[in-house]
Design a protein around this ligand. Structure first.
Ligand code: MN
Length: 739
């Protein structure tokens, strides 16, 4: 192998070869000689292209594409073409190699996938602007590739997973950004594609990088409770053993499935309960081996054996056997009253279903890619193809900003689906939360626009009625379109939203055309020239941004002018003085991204100080807020609004005082207040805004101080000095959970 000659790889030769051989072994024997040769070429090619480049961890770069290829082959079970692309995925982006060259040496198909992967990466390095966050642009590019070749996104997920696994050696700021992106879009995307294992690992790793203490705490607890878990499962199975072995069913495995670290943490935080309470609710998974035509009935037989012994929880039976979830998941879930009076969830599925549950539609899709589309009969295919079509619809069908598109994608396309019926019995799938009006647009744009209500299961309901699984929906229309801005708030689907926007835009254009005609006539009547200059004067006078908005207001009757007013404005007599807006102070103390400036303010919940690690959060009406990365709200912001997070850092700090809030508590001591105030004002010459310390009846004291400091170091010194005043005193920053 050519790379073996390269001096750079000398020390790594053995390890690289080992991993390369493992990759081939993972792909198995079904790979043709030609394909094997191509894989070898791709590996060689990538190794040479990346020669001399090292990762942050210090090892040669080629380890990364090789690992991504291993994930693709082993964990997603993708085929040879995907493996080749995974090996080459960073070549065009990071080296001088061109797509043409890839096409010549490999194939147009490979070049096409690499092109998709490269497109995603190019935007990664660009600079964010105030209205369009870098992440949103990025995600948009990525979503666009969903419409092309699904392998692009699958390889991207492998790439991201490997990056997450090896994030240990990168800068904290980058860690935060990558973790939040992962939580925002990659993990939900993996979930939607049915890649459960990838999704869970991504979430766990994201937690590890944002809250290491909690991550360690929970993983320690999980391993400590392993024995208890296994003992409980043994107790659970014991009474079922005879029945199961007499049944002739082929039970492959019964195991206790702990929740992921991330989901345990989320439950603990959301419900404010301790680890033990969340953890009690682990699931018992029964996996059977059965030929495909018998797997459903066998699952039901297992169910009946279990429920003969254990009482079932009413209303907790979930049958995803007859209608799999939209990401391909299929199984039978039930909750039963197990030993020790504990409610346990039991998940029953076949080996095949288990495989799909962990590796998702990628497995199915691989088959389709390598063998052509012969899988039309499978209902899961249809569900998935429908989803892909809806994705394409959303992507192609609008002029949304990147941020809106990503939001829309997240709310309507990454969620679960419900199935509803037309009166004729046709099934339509809609995202959870969809309302009657969405259904109208799902049938046809014309129908959507003219919807005034609906009959759901024969009952008259408003357009806002939320639909449920199995509803029969009949839309009631009128003869004219009635969409208003308000409708945008009502509908949940991207399709309905973009159609309503289009309609409103058309209406607006029509209306402002009418307004323009009204003004033209008025000008003529009063003998004023209808010039751009004059129209601009009017637009400005009535405080509209564009003439078309002004015309729009005229048509709506919001503006009426007498001859005197018109002439007054045109002759510039009556124009009110331009509002003297306070000039915004130029803040250059904080830069965003690599070196980008924009207005910001410091978040009140955590009052970040110079010297502390920070990030920017793009708010809806208040510009960018700066939080500490340790702010109690940070993880929520990052996981729910990851796309609004922008990396930020302190730079050229010129202001000398920043607000900081600290709280003190301790055992009461005469004169403690004066000692604290002495330190603040005399020792440190720190400016105090307020102090509020109270002695309590139980012999303790406590209170808060609002002070102005220069940076985090000052604050630390101050805190230490206060701590030194008294043996029994606690001093800490004040943090608010609600920003
Ligand atoms: Mn990569």
């Amino acid at each position: 192998m050519a790379l073996l000659d390269g001096e750079v790889y000398e020390a790594y030769r053995h390890e690289l070869l080992k991993r390369y051989r493992q990759l081939l072994r993972t792909l198995g024997k079904n790979i043709s000689k030609d394909k094997t040769k191509l894989i070898r070429e791709a590996f060689d090619f990538a190794a040479r292209a990346h020669e001399g480049t090292v990762r942050k961890s210090g090892e040669p770069y080629i380890f990364h594409p090789l690992a991504v290829a291993q994930i693709a082959a082993g964990e997603l079970r993708l085929g040879a073409t995907s493996v080749i692309c995974a090996l080459l995925h960073d070549v065009v982006e990071d080296t001088d190699i061109t797509l043409d060259e890839i096409e010549r040496r490999f194939s147009p198909k490979v070049a096409n996938i690499i092109s998709g992967l490269t497109k995603i990466q190019v935007v990664f390095d660009s600079v964010p602007t105030a209205n369009n966050s870098l992440q949103a642009e990025n995600f948009k590019k990525m979503l666009l590739t969903l419409g092309e070749d699904l392998r692009v996104i699958l390889i991207k997920l492998c790439d991201r997973l490997h990056n997450m696994r090896t994030l240990g050696s990168v800068h904290d700021r980058t860690k935060l950004k990558i973790a939040s992106e992962t939580m925002y879009i990659y993990a939900p995307l993996a979930h939607r594609l049915g890649l459960n294992a990838v999704k869970s690992e991504m979430e766990d790793l994201a937690l590890k990088y944002t809250d290491l203490t909690q991550y360690r705490f929970i993983s320690r607890k999980i391993s400590e409770s392993k024995q208890n878990r296994q003992r409980y499962i043994r107790e659970f199975i014991e009474p079922l053993k005879t029945e199961l072995s007499n049944s002739g069913l082929n039970i492959a495995e019964i195991k206790g499935r702990p929740k992921s670290i991330y989901s345990i943490n989320r439950k603990m935080k959301n419900q404010g309960i301790p680890f033990e309470e969340v953890f009690d609710a682990f699931a018992i998974r029964v996996i059977i081996e059965a030929p495909i035509e018998r797997e459903k009935s066998d699952c039901w037989r297992v169910y009946s054996i279990i429920t003969d012994k254990y009482r079932t929880h009413e209303g907790r039976l979930r049958d995803w056997l007859s209608r799999p979830k939209n990401n391909g998941y299929s199984a039978l879930h039930s909750t039963v009253l197990g030993p020790k009076g504990r409610w346990v969830e039991v998940q029953i599925r076949s080996k095949r279903m288990d495989d799909i549950a962990e590796r998702g539609l990628a497995a199915h899709w691989r088959y389709k890619a390598e063998h052509g589309d012969q899988t039309g009969q499978n209902p899961q295919d249809n569900a998935f193809d429908n989803w892909l079509n809806a994705v394409k619809d959303t992507i192609e069908n609008n002029d949304l900003t990147a941020l809106d598109l990503v939001n829309e994608f997240k709310t309507t396309l990454l969620g679960e689906d419900i199935y509803v019926f037309t009166p004729k019995g046709d099934v339509k799938s809609l995202p959870v939360g969809a309302v009657a009006l969405d259904f109208g647009f799902n049938i046809h744009t014309e129908i959507g626009l003219r919807t005034i209500g609906a009959k759901v299961n024969n009952k008259l309901v408003s357009i806002q009625q939320e639909l449920k699984n199995g509803d029969i929906v009949e839309i009631i229309t009128t003869s004219k379109g009635r969409a208003t801005n308000n409708w945008l708030e009502i509908v949940k689907t991207g399709r309905a939203k973009s159609k309503i926007r289009e309609y409103l835009k058309d209406e607006k254009t029509k209306l402002s055309g009418r307004g323009k005609t009204i003004m033209e006539r008025m000008f003529m009547k009063h003998d004023v020239d209808f010039t751009e200059h004059n129209i601009n004067l009017l637009t400005k006078n009535y405080k509209y941004v564009t003439p078309s908005e002004f015309f729009h207001a005229v048509a709506e009757g919001k503006i009426r002018m007498t001859r005197e007013v018109l002439l007054g404005i045109i002759e510039e007599k009556n124009i009110p003085a331009v509002n003297s807006k306070k000039e915004k102070k130029k803040n250059t103390q904080i830069v965003f991204g690599e070196d980008y400036e924009m207005p910001y303010s410091l978040a009140k919940c955590c009052n970040p100080l110079p010297g502390e690690a920070i990030f920017g959060f793009v708010t809806v009406g208040e510009g960018v807020k700066i939080h500490r990365t340790t702010c109690p709200n940070a993880s929520k912001l990052m996981s729910q609004y990851g796309y609004r997070i922008i990396p930020a850092s302190w730079q050229n700090v010129y202001e000398t005082s920043f607000e900081a809030h600290i709280q003190v508590k301790g055992l009461d001591d005469v004169g403690i207040v004066s000692r604290i105030t002495d330190i603040i004002s005399k020792d440190m010459e720190v400016n105090m805004k307020s102090i509020n310390i109270r002695a309590n009846e139980d012999g303790t004291f406590g209170g808060q101080l609002e002070i102005m400091v220069n940076n985090s170091e000052d604050l630390e010194t101050l805190v230490n000095k206060i701590k030194a005043t008294h043996k029994y005193i606690e001093v800490s920053r004040v943090e608010n959970i609600h920003p």
